[in-house]
Design a protein around this ligand. Structure first.
Ligand SMILES: [Zn+2]
Length: 307
């Protein structure tokens, strides 16, 4: 191996000598052909300047009898053409790896991959993209008294458009990082508006009719809603067949016929429902939400039949 390098070195020197001899011999010819000064830097740091009329790196090296060893590389590449003032550099392929290894030994907490990666330049670009803004769907309760408009789309939704400016970092032509610099809304989205089921509206709260409290018997008055926790089913249909309405519907013992109006603590309700636990002096007031039923809790109130 040592011997080969030595031979190579001698060959390189020989090359220079041959070029010099040739140059002195064809001095007249040189006037008509454009010769260029090209610097060649060898791996050992030796620099030589050669005169050539070749452009291709491979040709220039060949002219000068410079043969690349397996572990050597040349810049610019062998197939490239040199521009005036270019230095052709021959370096050791493993030089970079040795350098990395040295840094690692010194305890720098960086992986070899990362270090090698960092040799690839990072290119930053500012790019602007247009992106859709999704629309929202909002529901509107049907106005009481309108004709059947179950889940009717009142207004179609439309996506908006925003222009986003990013700072994008590329390495080896691959995106490695993206940061939003600014956002500008070009077109606001249009909400989709849906009119909800009319039946839901009919179940909405009604303020109970009030009346003066006229004595009556004391009852334990609890509350329930149409959910499965309260009823074990969730149809919203009462034992009387009516749809339960907050502010109207109560479940009462069977001694009160369906339709009976009860004054419960000054509010008038209608007996429309029954319940397994609603026996004796127990009444259950219907609420349209479980939260409202919980909020009512358990109250003891005077109850009388409204004639
Ligand atoms: Zn409930």
């Amino acid at each position: 191996m040592k011997r080969r390098i030595r031979n190579n070195y001698i060959r390189k020197i020989l090359g220079i000598v041959i070029v010099l001899i040739l140059l002195s011999g064809i001095g007249v010819l040189a006037v008509n052909i454009k010769f260029e000064d090209v610097k060649i830097q060898l791996q050992n740091g030796y620099e030589m300047t050669v005169l050539t009329n070749s452009k291709k790196v491979a040709d220039i090296l060949e002219e000068n009898n410079i043969i690349l060893e397996e572990d050597e590389k040349v810049t610019p590449d062998l197939e490239e053409e040199i521009k005036p003032g270019t230095t052709i550099k021959i370096t050791n392929k493993s030089a970079q790896e040795i350098q990395v290894a040295k840094i690692s030994e010194e305890g720098v907490e960086t992986s070899i991959d990362e270090l090698l990666e960092s040799y690839a330049p990072i290119i930053e670009k500012i790019i602007t993209e247009q992106e859709p803004i999704p629309f929202e769907t909002i529901t509107k309760a049907t106005v009481e008294g309108t004709t059947d408009t179950t889940n009717k789309v009142v207004q179609e939704g439309q996506e908006g458009i925003k222009q986003v400016t990013y700072k994008v970092k590329y390495q080896n032509e691959e995106e490695i990082e993206r940061t939003v610099l600014s956002e500008e809304i070009i077109k606001e989205p249009v909400n989709k508006i849906v009119q909800v089921d009319k039946k839901v509206t009919s179940r909405a709260a009604v303020t109970p009719r009030t009346a003066p409290v006229t004595g009556g018997e004391m009852y334990v008055v609890t509350a329930y809603c149409g959910c499965s926790r309260c009823c074990g089913k969730s149809t919203g249909i009462t034992a009387s067949g009516n749809r339960a309405i907050q502010g109207v519907t109560v479940a009462a013992p069977s001694k009160f016929a369906f339709g009976t109006k009860l004054n419960i603590g000054g509010n008038i309700y209608t007996v429309q429902d029954r319940g397994g636990a609603i026996k004796g002096n127990r009444i259950d007031i219907y609420f349209s939400s479980h939260a409202a039923a919980l909020a009512w809790g358990r109250r003891t109130l005077p109850v009388s039949v409204v004639q």
